[in-house]
Design a protein around this ligand. Structure first.
Ligand SMILES: [Zn+2]
Length: 90
């Protein structure tokens, strides 16, 4: 069973403060996340292994964006998002 079956997925946005590496402007960006919330119970068709893995599973979210477009109108360059944890447990 795919581990994704343990979770219900939903999108979320969270604000993060980022620094543009080109113009050094700091601004707040709304980053897109995918929230994987652990289901109340295992889906039908689960075997022993699924049960063990499901017991240890935790809700978490993964960062979908890997780039941001600078909000400084004189710059507007795309830069890699760094300094933001790309997964977080809920
Ligand atoms: Zn910039």
């Amino acid at each position: 069973m795919d581990e994704r079956a343990y979770y219900s997925e939903s999108p979320a946005t969270k604000a993060a403060t980022l620094n543009c590496p080109y113009c050094r402007t700091q601004d707040t960006y709304n980053l897109r996340w995918l929230v994987r919330k652990k289901k109340e119970r295992l889906p039908a068709g689960a075997d022993e292994r699924d049960r063990a893995k499901f017991a240890k599973a935790q809700s978490y979210m993964v960062l979908l964006d890997d780039k941001a477009a600078c909000k400084n109108l004189r710059c507007r360059r795309q830069f890699d998002i760094s300094g933001v944890k790309t997964t977080a447990f809920l």
